[in-house]
Design a protein around this ligand. Structure first.
Ligand SMILES: [Zn+2]
Ligand SMILES: [Zn+2]
Ligand SMILES: [Zn+2]
Length: 99
């Protein structure tokens, strides 16, 4: 597989593995889709760990995992533009607009 198997997650600093990613929990935890809750189920294919980043069911994927689903558009988080367009600040912007 790729070299990410031997490098730590650049976001949280932990090795790719079963432990949930803790990188941006404070801002995005409610906006992230944990492994096992994707609209496309990977778990039923007898995966009990993410085949890409290695996280256990219920954990948050590590940086640049290609399985993580975008909670906004339902697409692949790795390749969609939602986060770049302010996914994490959307609630703050909505609160601002309501004033
Ligand atoms: Zn991580
Ligand atoms: Zn993953
Ligand atoms: Zn998206």
């Amino acid at each position: 597989m790729s070299d990410r198997q031997v490098r730590p997650c650049p976001a949280c600093g932990k090795p790719y593995g079963p432990e949930s990613c803790t990188a941006d929990l404070l801002i995005l935890s409610r906006l992230r889709v944990p492994f096992g809750e994707e609209s496309r189920s990977w778990v039923e294919d007898e995966f009990d760990r993410c085949h890409d980043c290695g996280v256990e069911v219920g954990g948050l994927h590590h940086a640049r995992c290609d399985v993580e689903e975008c909670p906004k558009c339902g697409g692949q988080r790795l390749s969609c533009r939602c986060e770049a367009e302010g996914l994490g600040t959307e609630q703050a912007q909505a609160a601002e607009a309501a004033k």
